[in-house]
Structures are given as C-alpha cells and as structure tokens.
Design a protein around this ligand. Sequence first.
Ligand code: PLP
Length: 486
Amino acid sequence: MSAERDGIHAPGDMDPEAFRQEGHRIVDWLADYFKAPERFPVLAQVAPGDLVAALPASAPESPESFDAIFRDFESLVVPGITHWNHPGFFAYFAISGSGPGVLAEMLAAGLNVQAMLWRTSPAATELEQVALGWLRQLMHLPPSFEGVIYDTASIAVLHALAAAREAVVPDVRSKGLAGRTDLPRFRVYLSAHTHSSADKSVILLGLGQDAITHVPGDAYHAMRVDKLAEAIAADRKAGIVPLAVIATIGTTSSTAVDPVDAIADLCEAEGIWLHVDAAYAGVMAMMPEWREIFRGAERADTLVVNPHKWLFTPFDCSVLYCRRMDVLRQAFSLVAEYLKTTDASTVRNLMDTGIQLGRRFRALKLWMVLRYFGAEGIRARLEHHVALARHLAQWIDETDGWERMAPVPFSVVCFRCHPRGEDDEAALERRNQAIMNAVNRSGEAFLSHTKLDGHFVLRMAIGNLRTEQRHVRRAWTLLQEAAATV
Ligand SMILES: Cc1ncc(COP(=O)(O)O)c(C=O)c1O
C-alpha cells in the first residue's frame, strides 16, 4: 500500500524553491559583508548575557518564517560577532576564510557527507588524499608523509602524542597505563612557548603533567638544543623514558622558531618521536626564502599545519602529516561489526586515523582554495602579509617611546609602549593594557597580548586577505593616539 493511499506524508524539509530564494538572499548578504566588513566593529561591543537576554528561554512550538529568523540573525546575532574577516583583525592569529573556501563549505554542508569509511563517500576520502598530497609537495615534504585532516591542531597533537605513546608502549591499548609496575616513567619535552594544547594532550593521554619538561629557550624564545640534550641524558640516567619532543616553527606568542634540524638529529640519535608544530607558520615552507627554517621538518614523525590559520581556508581545517601512519592506525583503528566492509584491505577508511568516527568533508574547501588561488597566488598573499608586518616593525623601531620585543620571522609583531625612564614593570603592564583596551574599544582594530620573559607585550598578527597597508597604518595611529592619552 503506498504511503499516499495510506495517508502518511513526510513533514519534509524546506521547500526547494524557498531554499533557492533564501539561499540567494544569504549569498547576497555574504557578498555585501565581504565587500565591507568594516561597517561592523571588529571586536563585538556587547556585554556578557546580552544575547541570552534578547532570545526566548525556550524553543518555539510552532514553525517560524525564515524571514523572521534571518531578521533576528541580523539584529541580534550579528552585533555579538567579533569579525575575524575584518581587515583590522590583528589578534591571536589573524586568520581569514576566503570566497572559494566559503563556497566550498556551502557545498560540503549541502552534501552533508560523512566520510568515516571510503564507501560512505569515496570522493571525500580521495579528495583528502589528493589535496593533502598537493599541500605536502608545496611544503617540500617527502612522500613518506601521509596526511589526515582533523578539526584543529589541538586534536592533531593529541593524535601525534597518542601515536608516540603507542610506539613506546605497544600494549597500551589492551593494558592502559594505570597501576602498571612494569612501565617506567615517561617524559615529553616542550619549550616554554609550546602551545598549551600539548599540555592538555599529555593530561588526556594519562601521562600526567609531571611528565612534561619545559626546555629553556634562548634570547629569542627558541628551544635550546643543548638544554634538551641535557634533560634527555638526565632522564635516561634516572630511568625515565623519553616519549616525544615537540618543536615549534612559529610559536603562538612570538612566532619563534625552534632549531628543528638540530632537534631532529637528537631525536633520531635517541630514537624519540618528533612532532613539529607548524600550525601557524607551516605554509611558509612554500616560500623559497623560508625553506632553511624548515630544514629537518622532513625528519619529523608528525607535523601539523593549519590551513585555517594562514591558508585562507575557513575554520576548521588542520592537517597532520605522519611518517608512521601505521603506528597511528594501530593506536586508533577499531572496527565494530556494523562498520566492517569487504573492501577494507583495498581502501583507506578515514575512521582508522583518529578518535572520531564521523568526519566532515573538509578536504573540499582546501582543494578549492588551492586551485582557486594557485600556489603562485598563495605565495603572493603570504608575501604581502610579511611585507606589512615588516613595515609595522620598522615604524615601531623608528618611534621614540616604543620598543619591539621579538624578531619578526613571519607576520606577527610583538612590541610595547615604553616611555623613556619608565622602567617599573607593573606600570608598563598597566599602560600597555590600557592602550590595548582603548584600541580594541575603537572597533577599528583588534589586537591581543602575551608575556615574553615576564614583560607584558602587545601582539599584532597580520594574515587577513582583506588587510592592506592603510589598515596597519591606522592601527599604528590608534596605538599612538591611545598612548598619548593613557
Ligand atoms: C603554534 C600553535 N599550535 C597549536 C595551536 C592550536 O591550534 P587550534 O586552534 O587549531 O587547536 C595554536 C593556536 O593558535 C598555535 O598557535
């Protein structure tokens, strides 16, 4: 008996014609937004709780028109948005999505595929292989690296360290770590400036934060290899087993560069898993003049690079390259009966390379971005950002009462206002905090801070596709104006 004759009708989705109409409206809205994101303040100028107070406490019982929903989006949600697309966004790492990336996201959302198995969308699995093969070549990494896309570098480092743990404790899957008297203590070596996600991974993997050694850095906040070697030797002597070293190319605070080549020599000699965190700066491996900085990265066991940071791919997209994918698979592959397929030995099932079963079709946006801009176009944009950062550094260097606090190897400038004769650190911190708050209140520029060697430091990160010299110049003027009034 047919459903119609039985009187059973699916309530169904939005009508396709209504979808077309609303879709056009949204594309128009986004096109206007991308044309002039400056019409919004870059940092949301709202108070905590504003949006919660403006929205009903429970979901509507009856359907609402898309028109009404969209009106609330514009009038209530948008004011609470901090605009990462704004050319004056200089905080954290100034990421930007891009037109092709956003369009690809729309297609991925529409297709809504879930690439856990090759068969649950062969193209999603294979496009990931293709796009990551292209990116690997552009970054001059050898074919021995197999790539996998995760959401973030935090999850990538968790997988990298889980693989390192698997390599050192092959029976960890069955026996775990707790209560074992047959295992030594383990150690993971970071620099003082390694991203905090590494610490979180160590906690999550059951190693305990006490397993971390923060290796001292040099004057430029790069890990000292002699100190790393000393720490490893002392641990070995005490019966502690080195599990992994994390070297960073482009630290979060100041974009410092750890000496990866020398660290790779040491890790090779000691048989220690080397993870290279190039989440922000990894894309610069595409640039001939920066290649030297990446020397040794090809010997890492794992390396992470985030296309969502500086490769114009909308959030989220993080790539982990691994030279020992067999070990990573050994750590994560677990095939339940309902996921078994007869083609398992001939295809790549992405669920085997991570904790997640379901995974989004992120490769589509990376593939479209790489094609749309081309390697040439990407290099030109990276060069532009580096040039802007160098100009800013020069203005700071030439201005009395300001000082630069770190070298500028990429596109982040660390600096502070330091009037002659004012050397009280607490007063300098208050002064610079006040300057930063004043600039951020302007709605024209947004920057963040860090601490380097105990000094409160302002940070301007340049990496937005829409940022031009006039935006950097304006931020510099705002900083100087604020400094004159605090
Ligand atoms: C060097 C570095 N590694 C890792 C991360 C974590 O990135 P994600 O937000 O993708 O987890 C960051 C974030 O800024 C970072 O700067």
